[in-house]
Design a binder for this molecule. Structure first.
Ligand code: HEC
Length: 357
């Protein structure tokens, strides 16, 4: 039976170089996969969550998705320090260090800080609870300047100035005016963002609801149709050709027939399955399952290719030339290992460090 071994040496050399080139090409494809699709957090390859997000367009819902808040709530309940005092940071300092009364009270009597902090915290909670109210009630509480004490304030002191005389409600408009509108009005520090009328305030009180399905929310990282089409065409046309050639090479080795029937077509088949899953992952409901399958089809491609390359090279050369092949392969793998240790591992470490900051 005709086998790869019977080829003239020059042909075997060409095929060997071809197989090595495909191996290197595949390795560089992995680097590209990392750069393009992984979370760039030091993991070498995209993980399951990345793949589901990219192909199916779903990601795990965060706490913020489960309990969506308006911009005002986020700014009012944000950190007191450590975040910039602007619309993308936190306005919480308005209740504390940005208030001259607060600062002078602590200067006069440092021991009052604890109880003062608790009262100011009460103010934050009161505004947060007020913002949680449905629209008509929220508006009414503001215009009446009367917010019935919310449950969250049962055990929480609040600055007495903002309680109504009967102590059963909070003067919510006055509270907002004192802590916020003081800057957010004509002539104030933030005059370009007026928060004087209820309508002006309400614009920032809108809660953007996100749809949660099975604990997942839509992600904007999903690959677009245009890019997917382009990728599909490039992968199917060029890889069908490439992997058929590596497969044919393996098919002509002298390995056991069953093994050859399995491994020779395996890479092309896995690649077609892989590309199919990219598209099937876009189907509502079952999408994430197909996206997860991409990890397995991708692994099958890699595994098949490794067997085809090394299995063919090993089978093609015999006797002394096989020894030479081993030496060349060892040198090549050592070179690749050096690239991994010297360049790739440090780059991944750097990503990990950058992600932590
Ligand atoms: C000491 C002045 C001051 C106080 C008090 C203050 N703010 Fe601000 N606020 C600012 C400044 C300054 C900015 C940033 C404006 C800019 O980006 O130019 C800002 C930004 C904002 C923005 C973002 C506007 C936008 O569209 O980017 C909102 C909303 C806001 N503040 C709400 C509040 C609320 C609610 C309070 C009360 C808890 C408050 N602010 C108290 C000064 C203040």
């Amino acid at each position: 039976m005709y086998s790869l071994r019977d080829l003239p040496t020059p042909a075997k050399l060409v095929i060997s170089c071809f197989l090595c080139a495909v191996g290197l090409g595949y390795f560089s494809a992995m680097v590209q996969l990392h750069l393009q699709h992984s979370a760039r957090d030091g993991d070498p390859l995209p993980n399951k969550a990345d793949v589901v997000e990219i192909f199916a367009g779903w990601k795990t819902a965060t706490e913020a998705d489960k309990d969506p808040k308006s911009k005002l709530q986020v700014l009012i309940m944000g950190p007191i320090e450590g975040a910039p005092f602007n619309g993308s940071g936190s306005m919480a300092a308005a209740f504390y260090t940005k208030d001259s009364d607060y600062k002078s009270a602590i200067k006069d009597d440092p021991s009052s800080k604890d109880s003062l902090d608790k009262e100011r915290r009460g103010e934050q909670v009161a505004l947060d609870e007020w913002l949680k109210l449905p629209e008509p009630e929220r508006k009414k509480a503001f215009t009446d300047n009367k917010l019935p004490i919310p449950a969250a304030l049962k055990d929480q002191p609040i600055t007495a100035d903002f309680l109504t005389e009967d102590k059963k409600a909070i003067k919510v408009q006055e509270l907002f005016d004192t802590r916020c509108t003081r800057c957010h009005k004509e002539g104030g520090d933030a005059a370009s963002f007026r928060l004087e009328t209820y309508e002006e305030i309400a614009k920032y009180a809108v809660v953007k609801k996100v749809e949660i399905v099975d604990g997942m929310v839509r992600s904007e990282r999903q690959i677009g149709i245009e890019k997917l089409t382009q990728s599909t065409h490039a992968h199917l046309l060029s890889f069908a050709m490439l992997f058929s050639l590596t497969g044919l090479t393996f098919a002509f080795t002298s390995w056991n027939v069953k093994m050859r029937c399995l491994v020779a077509p395996m890479v092309v088949v896995a690649q077609v399955a892989d590309v199919s899953c990219w598209w099937l992952a876009r189907i509502d409901g079952v999408g994430p399952l197909f996206a997860t399958a991409i990890i397995f089809t991708g692994t099958a491609v890699a595994l098949g290719l490794v067997i085809q390359i090394f299995g063919s090279l090993w089978d093609m050369w015999t006797g002394k030339s096989r020894l030479l092949l081993l030496l060349v392969l060892a040198a090549g793998l050592a070179g690749l290992g050096a690239v991994v240790v010297k360049a790739i591992v440090p780059a991944l470490e750097a990503e990990k460090a950058a992600k932590k900051v």
